[in-house]
Ligand binder design. Structure first.
Ligand code: PLP
Length: 401
């Protein structure tokens, strides 16, 4: 689909002066906040019809019929033998460490969400950070190679921002070095590699179904795996260690998903194709509209495989754009465009590509719920900001003094 910038969007058309920007006292471009990951929703009826079933049964948790149905549906959709739901992605990751008997050190990307490092630390395992690749922003195998020690037990690779990792290279590397391989697929529901859905790679994959994700259950998560033993251990681990006969077979925790959460998942799954299509349209609109804005490069999440296009992230080259990423964030946020930087990695280490992302990456409001007309409005404003960056920069500097 072709999208073109509309010059006649009223609020932007009238914005001829830098002083019209909201940061300098003008009217914000949006009357309500545009967030980066506004949850997508099915119709209330689609959700409530399932809630009513659970109500009728008075069965709300403990591996209920809706959770079981969602596990079956997800396993089928992701083309994987087992899907084990959990209360959230972090809990799913934590029980997987136990299911796979991880210990010692685990390599993880330096540019990812903090939950992985924290879950490892809480399990008594040392997270070891590897830098990311310059083009895909995913874990750099060459750096992993240099970080290997006798104590390394696994790699956890994140399919960051819906861009799939080099799964073949990671699987070979882990096999050669006797390591377990986990994918953090929190950002990658609906992505695929060579036609094979994300969900069946490595020893296991971990999804977050948090409300901000491409597919969600309000809060939730899952481990998917083709290994029956791992799945069976996960089922016990998430339910206090109880086995099928109600005996405590191992030390476990409570990481179950409730029926109400599963109901939301089933309703969302029914419309997932349309949801992903809207996200792609939104992403395409950004790519096209920002192509002409000097110094802003929209990240392509489909270099290695199919993306879910849920995240719209871009690199800000401050020399060419005229403002730093942080200055741009301030200007946009005043317009109620709640663009964000992402992650807060440790700066004490020498990771050139992570540091670069830390300074330059910006995430725009994206996903299925952002209308193409709103994207056009944001991008028109971006073009104006870029063209006026010298004046904006001077006024920002003056406002600090
Ligand atoms: C890359 C990544 N991994 C893991 C998580 C943790 O998932 P949850 O919030 O469901 O615990 C998140 C975010 O929520 C994430 O973005």
């Amino acid at each position: 689909m072709e999208f073109r910038l509309r010059a006649n969007i009223s609020s932007i058309r009238d914005r001829r002066e830098v002083t019209d920007l909201a940061i300098f006292g003008g009217e914000p471009a949006f009357s309500r906040s545009m967030y980066v990951s506004r949850p997508s929703v099915p119709s209330l009826d689609m959700f409530m019809v399932r809630v009513a079933e659970a109500w009728e049964r008075q069965w709300f948790t403990n591996d209920g019929p809706l959770a079981q149905e969602l596990e079956r549906e997800l396993a089928a959709q992701l083309d994987v033998s087992h899907c084990v739901l959990a209360g959230n992605g972090t809990a799913a990751m934590s029980i997987l460490f136990k299911a796979l008997d991880l210990d010692g050190e685990v390599l993880i990307p330096s540019y990812t969400f903090i939950s992985t490092a924290h879950a490892l630390s809480m399990a008594g395992i040392k997270p070891v950070f590897a830098d990311v690749e310059p083009d895909s922003w995913n874990i750099d195998l060459a750096h992993c190679q240099r970080l290997l020690t006798r104590g390394t037990s696994a790699i956890i690779a994140t399919h960051l921002f819906g861009a799939t990792c080099d799964v073949g290279a990671l699987e070979r590397f882990c096999k050669d070095h006797g390591l377990k391989l986990i994918f953090d697929s929190a950002h990658a529901f609906g992505c695929s590699v060579d036609g094979r859905p994300v969900g069946s790679f490595g020893d296991a994959e971990v999804f977050s179904f948090h409300a901000t994700k491409a597919f969600h259950t309000f809060e939730g998560g899952a481990v998917t795996t083709n290994d029956a033993r791992t799945a069976s251990r996960l089922r016990k681990l998430r339910n206090f260690g109880f086995d099928e006969n109600g005996h405590v077979a191992m030390v476990g925790t409570n990481a179950k998903m409730s029926e109400i959460h599963a109901a939301m998942g089933l309703a969302n799954l029914e419309c997932i194709a349309a949801t992903l299509k809207r996200s792609q349209d939104c992403h395409t609109a950004y790519q096209q509209a920002l192509a002409g804005v000097e110094g802003i490069s929209v990240y392509r999440p489909d270099l290695r495989g199919r993306s879910n296009y849920h995240y719209v992230v871009a690199d800000v080259d401050s020399k060419r754009f005229g403002l730093t990423r942080d200055q741009l964030l301030r200007v946009l946020q005043a317009e109620n465009i709640v663009a964000r930087r992402y992650f807060y990695p440790d700066r004490s280490r020498d990771f050139p590509y992570t540091d670069r992302l830390n300074d330059r990456l910006i995430q725009f409001p994206g996903g299925a719920d952002v209308k193409v007309t709103d994207v056009e409005k944001i991008c028109s404003l971006m073009a104006f900001i870029g063209n006026s960056s010298r004046d904006i920069s001077a006024m920002l500097a003056a406002s600090v003094d």
